[in-house]
Ligand binder design. Structure first.
Ligand SMILES: [Zn+2]
Length: 280
């Protein structure tokens, strides 16, 4: 009997040793964890930053959302009766992403284009500045194209021939995103020439050169942002070549007659869509 008890005690001791040995493994595993615990401080900082950011974003969203997200889906689209592509509210909001990069000349010309469209539609179409690009209907940014402008001077006896050439390039690019017949977002890129006021800090604006100072490109791109495509009609502002001028650094006014008004048909269509008069 005593032998049995001794065996049981020894066996019990083995178990204790075994469990002790087992607990060292989990201890070892627990030792490995403090390292991950040392890493999180960075994570915590990120989390803190993330926590700091949302409160800034949320009030902005709260300011913008009540107008844009009424409870009923039908109420979201003020112009639900329009069968053509249309913005669901008025005014349409815009944000110029790099206003400093655009410079004052192009920024003013973009704003002139807004007025041109508002005037042509009897204020049926209006524009308002958004607080940021995310909440804007139309995001506008400016870019510059390098090595596109060339001035060559040919001296012959007693006179000089100056030849200016501008490479073929898009003056503006517009992308639109639509949900059904509702426009959801538009991105407009205005392309200026590098080597002038905005980039080289000399000469006229890189958006003036080659455009005669007209707002044709800006209006053309904005009308794309309202869902209008190109027209083959040479007289249309939506003709793809409508905004290209071979004469380049001419003074404003020197290209009189080359200006293009918004097509009467497009103006009438915009009035129909956004004045709320047409419910067909
Ligand atoms: Zn176009």
């Amino acid at each position: 009997m005593t032998k049995l008890i001794v065996i049981i005690v020894i066996a019990a001791l083995f178990l204790v040793v075994l469990t002790a040995a087992c607990t060292t493994k989990p201890d070892g595993a627990y030792q490995a964890q403090p390292q991950p615990q040392q890493l999180p401080p960075d994570m915590e900082q990120e989390e803190q930053q993330a926590q700091q950011q949302p409160p800034q974003q949320q009030p902005q969203q709260e300011q913008n959302l009540p107008e844009e997200t009424p409870q009923e889906e039908g109420a979201q689209d003020k112009f639900y009766y329009a069968s053509r592509l249309h913005w669901p509210h008025m005014p349409v909001t815009y944000f110029i992403e790099n206003e400093e990069g655009c410079g004052s000349y192009e920024t003013n010309r973009i704003k002139r284009a807004f007025r041109d469209i508002s005037n042509a539609t009897g204020n049926a179409v209006l524009f308002a500045q958004a607080n940021d690009s995310g909440s804007a209907d139309i995001e506008i940014r400016c870019s510059f194209i390098d090595d596109c402008y060339e001035l060559s001077t040919d001296i012959r006896y007693d006179y000089v021939i100056r030849t200016e050439t501008i490479c073929k390039h898009p003056l503006g690019i517009t992308k639109t995103i639509a949900e059904g017949s509702r426009l959801a977002k538009a991105y407009i890129e205005m392309v200026g020439l590098a080597g002038f006021a905005e980039t080289k800090r000399e000469g006229p604006s890189g958006f003036y050169v080659g455009t005669c100072g007209h707002t044709i490109t800006e209006v053309h791109e904005l009308l794309h942002a309202f869902g209008y495509g190109h027209s083959e009609d040479d007289s249309s502002i939506m003709n793809p070549g409508a905004d290209v001028f071979s004469l380049t650094t001419q003074k404003e006014g020197a290209c009189k007659g080359s200006e293009k008004a918004i097509d009467a048909g497009i103006a009438a269509d915009l009035i129909n869509t956004y004045s709320g008069k047409s419910k067909g």
